[in-house]
Design a protein around this ligand. Structure first.
Ligand code: URA
Length: 217
């Protein structure tokens, strides 16, 4: 916890890219840094930028609702974004912004050491499971080896903001979300698995062609 507080303060002081010139404040993350489950979204929106906390707008309320369906609260998990500063008018993150912010996310993961990382939406998915389609891999737990992290299980879901008002996506997201406890259970049972290809998690490898990963669940 003490380590995480130091990291959080460093993140708050970040000026590595131009996004800090237009946002109100840096939004490092929220929740329990000693959790087993870490959620990663895209970037702060207007409400997050105002409050300094991720997922506090409409998508965040939906996320809280989904957490309750699996008997979890925000205090039980940790949540962060690929970008810690709001892009102007909520535009998509630029590759150079993702690259500048990546060391913070990497350090958060190294400090928290979650059993499971839940990727919310395609921007978070692309960072760790490049060149894939969220429509194909949502609800599938995949174990990969990432430079600086090691073997890690990822579980990609549709972004709550995308699913909020779309009936069929919403149903799919709710169904995938309810499987999170089973995924954690499967990780606990699975132990170490050999022959996982090492994937460098550098921004230039985001669109790498050949990916080998292991379906866990
Ligand atoms: N969407 C995200 O991806 N992150 C937030 O913090 C809020 C909305």
């Amino acid at each position: 916890m003490a380590n995480y507080k130091i990291l959080e303060n460093d993140i708050k002081l970040c000026r590595k890219c131009h996004l800090r010139d237009t946002c109100n404040q840096v939004v490092p993350g929220d929740g329990n840094p000693e959790t087993e489950i870490m959620f990663i979204g895209e970037a702060p929106g207007a409400e997050e930028d105002k409050q300094g906390i991720p997922f506090v707008g409409a998508a965040g309320k939906f996320l809280n609702q989904m957490l309750r369906t699996i008997n979890l609260k925000r205090e039980d998990i940790f949540i962060a974004n690929v970008l810690k500063c709001r892009p102007p008018a909520n535009r998509d993150p630029l590759p150079e912004e993702v690259a500048a912010c990546w060391p913070w996310l990497l350090e958060q993961i190294q400090t928290i050491k979650p059993k499971l990382i839940v990727l919310l939406g395609r921007h978070a998915m692309e960072r760790f499971l490049p060149n894939q389609k969220i429509s194909q891999i949502h609800g599938t737990a995949l174990r990969r080896e990432i430079d600086g992290i090691g073997k890690q299980v990822f579980y990609a879901l549709y972004h709550p903001a995308a699913a909020l008002y779309q009936g069929s996506l919403r149903e799919t997201l709710l169904k995938d979300f309810k499987r999170i406890p089973k995924v954690v259970e499967a990780i606990e049972k699975s132990g170490e698995i050999a022959n996982v290809q090492k994937v460098k998690a550098e921004p230039e490898n985001r669109f790498e062609e050949k990916i080998k990963q292991e379906k866990l669940f």
